[in-house]
Design a binder for this molecule. Structure first.
Ligand SMILES: NC(=O)c1ccc[n+]([C@@H]2O[C@H](COP(=O)([O-])OP(=O)(O)OC[C@H]3O[C@@H](n4cnc5c(N)ncnc54)[C@H](OP(=O)(O)O)[C@@H]3O)[C@@H](O)[C@H]2O)c1
Length: 257
């Protein structure tokens, strides 16, 4: 009911689908991402949208964006740190610079925005903070070494934060999608920082993005600490947890594309 929902990476894929899913009950959706034109397209189909272009790597821009949101709305009910970039390169091919870039967007971008929004939530005493991980945040996978590392790091951070907030009505959730049909593989970085620019076959057969968004929304509403969404690949989370040998046996045989 009349919630203020801030979504990063809202111009495409899962972020866009989440914006549509929350387009109800007088909610206002704050749309962030770097490409303003994409955010405008999404805003065009929403009832109440506020376009706030933001590069999550830019700490000064984060501070300015949060000040703008505070002045305009006074609160944030749900923050969804969805912005992210994937990787399609072997460890030996990936430059340190590209590796750092993946950590900057996927890990520091997420936690810096969370830290900046947290005082607003603490003031209102309630809220949901969402980190967008991946199944690659639960197990390593070829061609995604830094990506997996950046997503694993989110789990440690948001679990710690959730425990620090245990006496409040502020909840942290970490989402682990499997393969969802978006342009993530096209936008993924090769070892030299160029775009992979290919729709991977596994990606093309992924779960529908609106189905994914509905499941994420349900998990957030239930204050779930971890939300899993995807196809059979979700089983690998459980194999890794309960039968690590079976996880390794299967993981070695999966086509990483
Ligand atoms: N699709 C999958 O199978 C899958 C699986 C597991 C996890 N995920 C995660 O889901 C999230 C969304 O991915 P997607 O599948 O929807 O792919 P996507 O369409 O490529 O979306 C990524 C979004 O992140 C934004 N972004 C990238 N760098 C940014 C930056 N520095 N600052 C602000 N925004 C930035 C992009 O917008 P701009 O370029 O306009 O900035 C884009 O809207 C990511 O965190 C991804 O890791 C996806």
């Amino acid at each position: 009911m009349n919630k203020i929902i801030w979504i990063t990476g809202a111009g495409s894929g899962i972020g866009k689908a989440l914006a549509m899913a929350y387009n109800e009950n007088g909610n206002t959706i704050i749309l962030s991402g770097r490409k303003k034109a994409q955010l405008e397209d999404v805003a065009g189909v929403l009832s109440n949208a506020y376009i706030l272009p933001l590069d999550v790597v830019d700490e000064q821009a984060i501070a300015a964006a949060v000040a703008e949101v505070e002045a305009k709305f006074g609160k944030v009910d749900i923050l969804i740190n969805n912005a992210g970039v994937s990787q399609r390169a072997l460890v030996t091919e990936t430059s340190n610079e590209v590796g750092r870039q993946l950590m900057e967007v996927n890990f520091f971008g997420s936690i810096h925005l969370t830290k900046a929004v947290l005082p607003l939530m603490l003031k209102s005493g309630t809220g949901n903070i969402v980190g967008m991980s991946s199944v690659a945040g639960k197990f390593g996978f070829p061609l995604r070494s830094y990506y997996a590392a950046s997503k694993h790091a989110l789990h440690g951070f948001y679990e710690a934060l959730g425990l620090e907030l245990k006496d409040t009505d502020i909840h942290t959730s970490v989402v682990c999608p499997g393969r969802i049909k978006t342009n993530i593989s096209k936008n993924a970085l090769k070892g030299d920082g160029a775009a992979h620019a290919e729709m991977d076959p596994g990606q093309a057969k992924g779960v529908d993005v609106d189905v994914c968004a509905a499941k994420i929304k349900r998990g957030i509403t239930r204050n779930k600490a971890e939300i899993y969404v995807g196809g059979m690949e979700i089983l690998m989370i459980y194999f890794k947890r309960y039968t690590p040998w079976l996880f390794r046996f299967i993981a070695k045989r999966i086509n990483p594309k």
